[in-house]
Structures are given as C-alpha cells and as structure tokens.
Design a binder for this molecule. Sequence first.
Ligand SMILES: O=C(O)CCC(=O)C1=CC=C[C@@H](O)[C@@H]1C(=O)O
Ligand SMILES: [Mg+2]
Length: 334
Amino acid sequence: MVTDLTLSALLDTARVVSIPTRTRFRGISEREAVIFDGPQGATEFSPFLEYDDAESARWLAAAIEFGWVRPPMAHRKTVAVNATVPAVAAEAVPEILARFPGCRTAKVKVAERGQTLADDVARVQAVREALGADGAVRIDANGGWGVAEAFAAIARLAPFGLEYAEQPCASVAELAELRALLASAGIAVRIAADESVRKAEDPLAVARAGAADLIVVKAQPLGGIAPALRIIKDARLPVIVSSALDTSVGISMGLHLAAALPNHLLAGACGLGTVALLDGDVVTQPLIPAGGELPVARPTLDGAALDRFQASPERTRWWRERIERCYALINLPG
Ligand SMILES: O=C(O)CCC(=O)C1=CC=C[C@@H](O)[C@@H]1C(=O)O
Ligand SMILES: [Mg+2]
C-alpha cells in the first residue's frame, strides 16, 4: 500500500459522476462513482450507496492501490467476459445479449424479489435459445433462495444446461447443504460463491467449508488486487473475476486482477462486461466487449464525459464526506 497519500491529495483528483443505467440492475437506474487520477492511471471508488463505511473502506483501499501502486504482472492481453442479463422479461433477452458482442457465456439474474420461478425459467430458456447449445449459461440468485427453494429451482433450470449457480442461498451452511443435496440427486450444477466471499467477515470460510466449487472475486470489495490475489491463493478454488457495475475505470481494475491469474485458476469468462449496461462512460474508449473479450488496458479519461456526467453538488459533497470517513478507517501507514 502507498505510504504518503494524504487525504487532500486524494480528494484533489476526485471527480464524482452519476451515469444512468440502460436497464435497471439490482434496483439501480443511476450509477454513482468517484474517479481519481493517480500516478498509475485512473482509478475508481464506487461502493453501492447503502454500504456502510467499514465495508466501503475496503473499496477505497482498492481505489488507492490501483491508482498509486503498479499492478502485478499480466499473464494475458485479453480477458473473455460474460454477458450479464438483468432480471428482465424473456422478450427483452435478445436485445440485452446484443449489447455483448461475441460473448458465448451469459450470466442470468434469477430469484429477483417480486418475480416467480416461471419468470426465471422463461428468461433462462430465452438465453439458452439465443446462445444455442454450445453457449454457456450460468445463473446468479444473489442469495435469494432458501435451500429447498434453491434445490427446486436448480432442478427445474438444470435441463437448460447450467455451468453453475452463483450464490443460490445466502449463508455458507445453506450453500453446503444445497451442494450436498444436488450431488445426491445427481444434478450436476456447480455452486459459485460471491457474497460469501466479498461480504463475509471471513472470505475463506466458504472454501474451508467445502461449500462451493468456485469463487467469484471482485477487486474493489476485497480491498484491491493484492488482497484479492491473497484470498484466491488461500481459497484454492477456481475463480471468476467480476465487477460491480463499474465504469470502464473500475472494470480495468478487474481486468488487471483477471490478467494476473494463471490459466489454471481462471474458471471461465469473467463478469467484466457490464459497461454495456450503462448509458455512458468516463473514458475515451469504453470497455465494451468485442469478440467476447476485453483488452487488459488502462483507459484514458475523457474530460468532456467527466463534465457531462458530473454529479450534483449535494451528491458530490456526500461522496467526498464518505471518502473522508473511509480514508480515516483504512489507516494508511506513514
Ligand atoms: O458478474 C457479472 O456478470 C456482472 C456483475 C454482477 O452481476 C454484479 C455486479 C454488482 C453487484 C451484484 O449484484 C452483481 C453480482 O452479484 O454478481
Ligand atoms: Mg453475484
């Protein structure tokens, strides 16, 4: 970690932006983010608004690391990414997939509050039809199911061919129980842990409990690329690197994490294509997938776009105060 970055030096480079989403995603229709310009390049701080300071402080540590510390050596120049399909109606699926050119893997949101299993079935079926038999389809329930509900839903969705189910239940104990139930029923759908890694007190508990087949790893929530790599090393499970509906700046942090992984640890296409879900960006060449891949690059900030998406004075003040509180929590040495 850097030792000499003062709060005022950090705040001097901060630009708060608010970018509309093209489709509501996890209830969000405006994505707010802070963009900093560090000596290593642009970096992003964008914890969701409801996250408390202790959790958000890890996102700030990640932003500082990416802007001020040289990233680890890259093992690849491009990273394959998945299309991310929000909990839309089945009819909207082709239009969503069209935003992810060349992506042969799609992650489909399921278990959305207010919807039914029939909605999930219709959406997953539409994705399978659009991708064809050789595409890969995975689902993400964001912990929205209980064990019995998850078992029934996965049994119903498995015939469409599922690569894995991401965080079907909320707790590690539930994931372990579900994983055993699926195995004993001969349903070959792997379990991926996301929230059990990025929001857990102990990100390794899920691996230790044998409750998942792979882990979804996000750089910002885990405190940066170096802490994420330490967790990956200790978890000893295959990894999908994902993001948090970031601008291309935050996405580039995820790409550098994915690029740092040796091939045998990367479990498939990464969840880094979500700039396609935003209606704008802050860089000159937005990281929209081409041929199903993204380049491992540091984007160049677009000053006009930073101005265009500049947040209101009230929101800017809110974010600057949040940065101050989080900065106080991360205890930079020196
Ligand atoms: O993994 C992807 O395809 C995209 C990122 C993604 O799905 C998410 C981003 C941000 C918040 C989360 O609700 C969600 C996830 O749960 O993985
Ligand atoms: Mg997830």
